[in-house]
Ligand binder design. Structure first.
Ligand SMILES: Nc1ncnc2c1ncn2[C@@H]1O[C@H](COP(=O)(O)OP(=O)(O)O)[C@@H](O)[C@H]1O
Ligand SMILES: Cc1ncc(COP(=O)(O)O)c(C=O)c1O
Length: 269
């Protein structure tokens, strides 16, 4: 039976994240990918412009994918307004299955301007419908209203626990390289509240655009295949690392480049 996986996400024409990275990642797992587009992210030399799709078009896409009998998992990426969050909340209320919410509140390519009400809606309405949420450091800080970076493993774990309690879902916190020197730290509080700290070697690379989307998309695909959350998290971190190690430049004018989720399918010559 073909596994069907849905991503609700923005489009990034430069493929440094968004539904392009999600569908590429799903393909490596042999699952069928479906999409609802929230917005067009236009990445320019000096920042990001987001063009949300109008609300009725967004809702019509959700109604369209509502024709599919069942999705084996759903990923939620960039949402641009309270109205979009409310529509997704309504859609998910009838859904039974794994939901991964990647709260895209910041872009590596430039800042997004976010209202406090959007953060509140993530915490109070969207996360409680998720199996797991995957904030990075800056996202976790703004979700918790904290302005101090957690500077030890214990402090980062506390952060993750607090987030899991207020979000009422499991949390995979991509704390990054500012907690421990020379290491990347990812922390998990699973559905039962069990902690896991995954420390791995920091990769020095400028080709990291799309790493977060790739990680969350892999998590979604593995949960669709009934993998336990902790195992799926480890697999997804390994996959994100490999995608960074196989990253590529898109232009000699840009220092930053993309991760390459399809590395395992590529011809080497
Ligand atoms: N420099 C790095 N070294 C090692 N792993 C990394 C690095 N950057 C990202 N990763 C891996 O990729 C995952 C997602 O990337 P990250 O850049 O943290 O997400 P986001 O795009 O949401 O900020 C991380 O949780 C981590 O496992
Ligand atoms: C539509 C969209 N969603 C999400 C992201 C976040 O990407 P990342 O995985 O680098 O955090 C981007 C980045 O450009 C994007 O364009």
């Amino acid at each position: 039976m073909v596994k069907k996986v849905l991503t609700i996400a923005g489009s990034d024409s430069l493929s440094g994240g968004g539904l392009q990275a999600d569908l590429a990642t799903f393909a490596t797992q042999g699952v069928a990918g479906f999409s609802v587009i929230s917005s067009l992210a236009i990445i320019e030399k000096d920042g990001v412009r987001i063009k949300p799709v109008d609300q009725s078009t967004f809702d019509a896409q959700l109604a369209s994918v509502g024709q599919v009998d069942h999705f084996d998992a759903i990923k939620v990426g960039l949402l641009c307004s309270l109205e979009q969050i409310h529509s997704v909340v309504r859609f998910l209320k009838d859904y039974i299955g794994p939901v991964v919410v990647d709260p895209v509140l910041f872009f590596k390519e430039g800042n997004l301007t976010l209202e406090r009400s959007i953060i509140k809606a993530y915490i109070e309405q969207l996360f409680p419908l998720a199996t797991v949420a995957t904030p990075n450091l800056r996202e976790a800080m703004s979700l918790l209203g904290e302005d101090e970076i957690p500077k030890s493993k214990g402090a980062a774990l506390n952060f993750t626990k607090q987030l899991s309690l207020s979000a009422r879902c499991a949390i995979l916190f991509k704390a990054g390289d500012e907690v421990l020197a020379d290491q990347f730290v990812d922390l998990l509080i699973d559905e039962e509240g069990h902690p896991a700290v995954i420390r791995h070697k920091l990769i020095q690379s400028d080709y990291r655009d799309g790493a977060g989307c790739t990680l969350a998309a892999m998590l979604t695909a593995r949960l669709a295949q009934n993998e336990e959350l902790k195992d799926a998290a480890k697999t997804s971190i390994d996959f994100a690392r490999q995608s960074i190690l196989h990253g590529y430049t898109i232009s000699s004018d840009r220092e930053e480049g993309n991760v390459f989720p399809n590395w395992s399918l590529a011809n080497d010559d």
